[in-house]
Design a protein around this ligand. Structure first.
Ligand code: PMV
Length: 347
């Protein structure tokens, strides 16, 4: 028997991936850039075991048994096994490729609530599979085939997913563009507006946006290309204020595309919008005081929950502000989440 346990952190995109050019290989229409959080924050933990004594494949997600026949999991598994069969290293025995597999995975945060759970989950699964089958090298291309954004969670720090040009996806990989300590004192505040599952899964939302949104065309051909170049400059020059502005602009544009989709994908709620107002007001005060380096920014994935990037010096101040403006209510969803039950959709 061989058994491996891995953890993989969540990554939060500052330039969003929204839209695929190839659904099967999961090839994006644009480059995206993200921050990978540290391992001890929001993460997925996965154990993979293979044994000649297992009589069938099995998979548990957050304590519940699910089918391993999910095509995306199977794509990752097939690709890892294909690479393993080529390597035959470290005493790897071909026979192991025929052993049944057990996978047990859990997230320490709400699943499918627009908090990048699939990114951490697939990055973790592919890393664990890679260790079990002795596959080395870049695993981002494989984890991309589980969930696009997962390729960015393979690496730490600020990470860029290059969309690539090839039709086989061989050049659509992720790479660290700045180390985790690039902005060493950055804190991330996640504001859980609703811990329930998102109404429109990102795959469905992206498909609809590509098919119906004319703003999407402008985004892919013009605005996101310019924004990627500008944020690369902001990162290289450590211009935090510019980084914040571009991050918010890109989140706004992704959600504008979602609104422009027919029928629209509405992920942000009134509470999400109120959080954006709070951030703008806060930044106005900081800029008036010539404290641009203490600016904060928000970004929203395919859900109503806000992710705030905050300089450490003002983290406590911002936390107090958020809690004062949005006093935590023991909503049903939050209650259920704390009790470890499947949350309902109430805000
Ligand atoms: O990787 P997916 O299919 O879960 O898509 C994620 C898309 C966003 O989270 C909305 C944006 C991103 O770049 O992570």
């Amino acid at each position: 028997m061989k058994i491996v346990t891995c953890t993989a952190p969540v990554n939060i995109a500052v330039i969003k991936y929204w839209g695929k050019r190839d659904e099967k290989l999961i090839l994006p229409l644009n480059d995206s850039i993200s921050f990978t959080l540290s391992q001890d924050e929001m993460c997925a933990k996965t154990t993979v075991a293979i044994s000649p004594n297992f009589s069938e494949d099995k998979f548990w997600l957050n304590g519940k048994e699910e089918s391993l026949e999910n095509p995306r999991i199977q794509n990752c598994l097939k690709e890892i096994r294909r690479r393993a069969s080529k390597r035959k290293m470290n005493g790897f025995d071909d026979e192991m490729l025929n052993w049944h597999i057990h996978v047990c995975s859990a997230n320490n945060f709400p699943t499918a609530a627009g908090l990048a759970s699939s990114a951490a989950g697939y990055a973790c699964l592919v890393s664990a599979l890679g260790s079990v089958y002795g596959v080395e090298g870049d695993l981002s291309v494989i984890s991309r085939q589980g969930s696009g954004s997962a390729c960015r969670s393979i690496y730490g720090g600020l990470v860029r997913w290059y969309k690539g040009e090839q039709t086989d996806g061989s050049d659509s990989f992720a790479k660290t563009i700045a180390p985790p300590d690039h902005w060493p004192n950055t804190r991330v505040i996640i504001c859980i507006v609703n811990a329930g599952r998102k109404k429109t899964p990102s795959t469905e939302g992206m498909r609809r946006s590509v098919a119906t949104s004319s703003l999407m065309e402008y985004r892919v051909q013009t605005s996101v290309v310019n924004r990627v170049n500008k944020i690369m400059q902001a990162i290289n020059e450590k211009d935090w204020s510019m980084f914040c502005d571009i991050t918010m602009a890109d989140s706004n544009e992704m959600h504008a595309v979602c609104q422009d989709t027919f029928p629209p994908c509405v992920y942000m709620t009134d509470t999400s919008q109120a959080i954006t107002s709070l951030v703008y007001q806060y930044n106005e005060i900081k800029m008036a005081n010539k404290e641009d380096h203490h600016k904060i920014c928000y970004t929203f994935d395919a859900g109503p929950n806000a992710c705030l990037f905050v300089p450490g010096e003002v983290a406590e101040e911002v936390m107090n502000l958020v809690v004062t403006a949005f006093p935590p209510k023991p909503t049903q969803a939050l209650d259920e989440y704390i009790r470890g039950e499947k949350p309902s959709n109430s805000e």
